[in-house]
Design a protein around this ligand. Structure first.
Ligand code: NDP
Length: 299
């Protein structure tokens, strides 16, 4: 068997088109959705993410607001910026780029963003709402993963889903979304016994571990749909001295011989994450304005 490749790049482009259409409609009603991104410090990877988020926000016609604070900014200074954005009616989504420097408490910062503007979906209110089946902001990476699964499989009801990784930003919210879609869900982590056998029982396998190519063909049930969230940078001497390349948590070459469908890395879940951030901002904007939420941009 050779797996179908789930093209996250094309899927994400389609989501951005939908977002842009809704932004045009909102603008016709005098409302421009706005996304504010807050960055503390000068981490090069974070700067790249923030720049690319800003560019894509502009591309879909939304306003983008960037707030850069020095690495030695205090927690109080950061909270003051968030407070100001919470109260700014032109800002519909707020994202604080993680990680923040060690002297700042991440949880305090996340919970300082009002739930309605928390487009990352990490605020405790959104976590609780998602877990209890209430309307919430849904974390972007799991949301994008679920969209691709629904597109591939239609109904997920009754399928066995296994999530590898139990982080607050990917693994746990992914479990909530799969449960909401009536999967039978198993969550695994570094202490799980016989993890390979558990994974081999999965109709849907979501890998969010952060270990390069850990999951190979032997872990995969023939025909399963595999969503590889992992983004790992490994040396690529074949590309020249000191060069690196990106791989997922799944060994794509072997897994794609067994799976029914699989997301590649790069070009799978990654592009969906930013597309879903834009989608969440439009959703937040519609909710703030008391308008109907756009179809197909949230769950
Ligand atoms: P975390 O480090 O927060 O969590 C990793 C999880 O994997 C933990 O629950 C850990 O278990 C589990 N784990 C570690 N080693 C093993 C093992 N040998 N067997 C089974 N489980 C294991 O990572 P994140 O969830 O933040 O990210 C996971 C991956 O996804 C990373 O590669 C990250 O870069 C990528 N990512 C990609 C995004 C995208 O847009 N595509 C967005 C966010 C993340 P335990 O809890 O027991 O320690």
């Amino acid at each position: 068997m050779t797996a179908d490749i789930i093209d996250g790049k094309a899927f994400a482009a389609n989501i951005r088109l939908k977002v842009a259409k809704h932004v045009t409609n909102l603008k016709a009603q005098g409302i421009t959705p706005g996304l504010a991104v807050v960055l503390v410090g000068e981490d090069p990877a974070s700067e790249v993410y923030v720049r690319s988020k800003g560019e894509m926000t502009l591309e879909v016609g939304m306003n983008t607001f960037e707030h850069k604070l020095p690495a030695d900014a205090t927690q109080a200074e950061l909270l003051a910026v968030i407070h100001q954005l919470n109260n700014d009616p032109t800002v519909h989504g707020i994202l604080c780029q993680l990680p923040v420097p060690d002297h700042i408490d991440e949880t305090t910062v996340i919970n300082a963003i009002v739930a309605e503007k928390d487009v990352d979906g990490f605020n405790i209110l959104n976590v609780g709402r998602l877990a209890t089946g209430q309307k919430s902001m849904v974390p972007c990476t799991p949301l994008g993963s679920l969209m691709m699964l629904r597109d591939r499989l239609g109904s997920l009801s009754g399928l066995n889903a296994v999530v590898v990784g139990r982080s607050n930003i990917v693994g746990k919210p992914m479990v909530q979304l799969l449960l909401k879609d009536s999967c039978t869900v198993t969550i695994t982590h570094s202490r799980t016994k016989d993890i390979e056998a558990i994974c081999r029982n999965a109709d849907i396998l979501v890998a969010a571990v952060g270990r390069p190519e850990m999951i190979n063909a032997d872990w995969i049930k023939p025909g399963a749909v595999v969503i590889d969230v992992g983004i790992n940078r490994i040396p690529a001497p074949e590309r020249g001295e000191g060069k690196m390349r990106l791989v997922g948590d799944v060994d794509f070459a072997s897994a794609s011989k067994v799976a029914g469908a699989i997301t590649p890395v790069p070009g799978g879940v990654g592009p969906m994450t930013i597309a879903c951030l834009l989608a969440n901002t439009v959703t937040a904007c519609c909710r703030a304005a008391g308008l109907l939420e756009p179809d197909g941009l949230t769950v």
